[in-house]
Design a protein around this ligand. Structure first.
Ligand code: 2P0
Length: 349
């Protein structure tokens, strides 16, 4: 006999300084490269589990995954269902008759930003989902196991489980925290929305194309590995210029692997290049600004809070001169996955 029990969780996106790009050919989303991520505060996803028993007469009670209120064709990834089922048995924490089986849940997701366009919604969404399932089934998973669970939904979600700065080593099942959310209070990450269009290839497909066809894939893996210790040292020293050097090398090498793949994968748009050239010019004028990109056309940059307003004014006005309007999100380091709703976003412009 099931009873109603709703659960709500939230998590921030994880923007990689050093990129996860490529999977090992065993296990699910086991990374071929070590990545280092920043979990952000403003770009968040929320996951609500409604366990109202299914009623065939009420359309809104149909089990499934709903994004922004609309039911999607997605079902929970089968490995995730199997994993939860196994955990439930192992833990014996969930008294099955008081919980609705996973396939009968209604799971609602929403984010403070557009999904599937290169803002890492799969990281925040799957971390929030893993946290919500953990709470709903009363599994009391350790953060490390929760990270491994989130990874099954989406690799980068393993990092989003933790706040602050995170490390996810190549070949491993879970991420680990490197520094908490309040480690570097003056650091800002600004996400510029160059395009709201959905990206042409999912990361999953693009990673496979790169692994199977890019002539630079193996050198990408060894090069990215060389960037890890310098990045950790720069983070320890809180040296933004040193950090920015490694961050730039990682994203440019990742996009080089994509461009050389067959078929070639190009996420950059003309406006992306325009924004990149403005940032490069700002840097040559002495501003401490360092950009990164992920699997999409958006540009994110790191800077200190005291230079933020000047930098943003210049970028936005130069874009405006070309007739380009760029919405943006200003973020600081955020906390890890936790219970609760996301606030209504106020810093989107
Ligand atoms: C990252 N990205 O480290 C890299 C950099 C995009 C570029 O993780 O297949 O959605 O679900 O494990 O996590 C995006 O890939 O891929 C990603 P799956 P995911 O943040």
């Amino acid at each position: 006999m099931s009873h109603t029990k709703n659960t709500i969780s939230r998590a921030g996106v994880s923007i990689a300084l050093i990129k996860y790009w490529g999977k090992k050919n065993h296990g699910i989303n086991i990374p071929a490269t070590t990545s280092i991520g920043l979990t952000l505060d403003t770009l968040e996803s929320e996951c609500t589990i409604f366990s109202t028993p299914y009623s065939p007469d009420i359309a809104s009670h149909t089990p499934g995954i709903y994004i922004d209120g609309s039911r999607t064709p997605l079902s929970l990834p089968p490995p995730l269902v199997q994993y939860i089922t196994k955990l439930k048995k192992y833990k014996k924490k969930c008294v099955e008759h008081t919980c609705v089986p996973i396939a009968q849940l209604r799971i609602h997701g929403r984010s403070t930003f557009p999904h599937s366009s290169g803002f890492a919604s799969s990281a925040s969404g799957n971390a929030a989902l893993a946290h919500a399932l953990n709470t709903y089934y009363d599994l009391a998973l350790s953060p490390r196991t929760l990270s491994a669970l989130a990874r099954i939904g989406s690799g980068s979600a393993s990092r989003s489980v933790f706040g602050g700065v995170t490390l996810w080593r190549a070949g491993t099942t879970h991420a680990q925290p490197l520094a908490p959310y309040d480690y570097w209070p003056s650091l800002r990450v600004v996400a510029l929305q160059v395009s709201a269009r959905q990206k042409p290839h999912s990361s999953r497909i693009a990673m496979n194309i790169c692994r199977n066809s890019s002539p630079y894939y193996s050198s990408w893996r060894s090069y990215n590995k060389q960037l890890v210790s310098g990045t950790i040292q720069a983070l320890l020293e809180k040296d933004l210029a040193k950090l920015g050097h490694y961050v730039g090398q990682s994203y440019r090498a990742m996009h080089a692997v994509m461009l050389a793949a067959n078929p070639s994968i190009m996420y950059l748009l003309p406006n992306t290049l325009h924004v990149l050239s403005i940032i490069s010019e700002l840097r040559s004028q002495g501003f401490n600004i360092w950009e990164t990109m992920d699997a999409g056309p958006q540009v994110k940059f790191l800077c200190h809070d005291y230079q933020l307003t000047t930098i943003l004014d210049i970028i936005l006005s130069e874009c405006k001169e070309r007739g380009i309007t760029i919405p943006y999100y200003v973020c600081a380091l955020g906390k890890g996955a936790r219970s609760g709703k996301v606030e209504t976003i106020t810093s989107v412009h």
